[in-house]
Design a protein around this ligand. Structure first.
Ligand code: FEO
Length: 164
């Protein structure tokens, strides 16, 4: 059985992962509207992955005989000043998600809930990858600056991303 504290924290995390999906879907729509289809594709794949993250947490609560309670998903922003601004927001958001996952890992360690700790290990590794991949695009966007040729090349690269 899950403790109430961990159950509540995971329910909050399910909401946060679904909000992440909503955020990235909104960013995808922003890029579509800016004629950057490759960036839009990258964000759409990211949104799909976030739904998968929510479902991993969902499965854990169910398997531990806990109770999933879904709650309202807040509206994300809809506009950004530039592609760089959008990716900087995505990076800040991922850092926040990492903190939330670390908090649950701390609760699991304190309660000696090894099953939750084990499940969280996948997320701890995933957050390293998510922060890295977002930051890598930020660094490329900074290098590109106002060079539209560079932006076009990066857009082509990001169009290659596929669902895992
Ligand atoms: Fe599910 Fe991007 O963290």
């Amino acid at each position: 059985m899950l403790s109430k504290k961990i159950e509540n924290a995971i329910n909050k995390q399910i909401n946060a992962e679904l909000w992440s999906a909503y955020l990235y879907l909104s960013m995808s729509a922003y890029f579509e509207c800016s004629n950057l289809g490759g960036f839009a594709n990258w964000m759409k794949v990211q949104a799909q992955e976030e739904v998968g993250h929510a479902m991993r947490f969902y499965k854990h609560v169910i398997e531990r005989r806990g109770r999933v309670t879904v709650s309202a998903i807040a509206a994300p922003p809809v506009n950004w000043k530039s592609p760089l601004n959008a990716f900087e927001d995505a990076f800040k958001h991922e850092q926040k998600v990492t903190e939330m996952i670390n908090d649950i890992a701390n609760y699991a360690a304190a309660e000696k809930d090894h099953a939750t700790a084990n499940m969280l290990q996948w997320f701890i590794d995933e957050q390293v990858e998510e922060e890295l991949s977002t930051d890598a695009i930020i660094q490329k966007l900074k290098m590109i600056g106002t060079n539209t040729g560079g932006l076009y090349m990066l857009d082509r690269e990001l169009s290659q991303r596929k669902t895992k």
